[in-house]
Design a protein around this ligand. Sequence first.
Ligand code: DQA
Length: 151
Amino acid sequence: MTFASVLVLNGPNLNLLGTREPAIYGSETLDDVARLCRDAGERLDLAVDFCQSNAEHQLIDWLHAARTKVDGIVINPAAFTHTSVAIADALSAIQKPVIEVHISNVHRREAFRHHSYVSAVAEGIIVGCGTQGYVLALERMATLLKNRAAK
Ligand code: DQA
């Protein structure tokens, strides 16, 4: 039985995980990450919906739809992290807890990756923990949602 539902959203180029710069992002594919998230969801009693798009408008549309459907958002906005006021605005608008995830340690990389528009609207940020970061984010989300339910 699930007690809450979480949308795990992935931004551009993450469909290429496994072949894309494996020295930075590792060798697991996006399907592997989806499996990790579903397994974590089962263990944590969370219903997990896992999506990826290369299109900013699609990510925003999914966030708008999530407003009435999910309890929390785990998002790796990928390159939109560093560029998209629109995604940050959509996350603010829907008023659900957000955990931001980055597979790589963006702070050890180019300066343009050091700023995130999303971090200001996130409850928590998990960076540089590889794909395990998604599992850590779901664990944190389960704690946040349980604490909210208990209030
Ligand atoms: C990323 C980091 C971003 O800077 C980059 O544009 C990505 C992936 C990560 O998961 O490490 O596409 O979000």
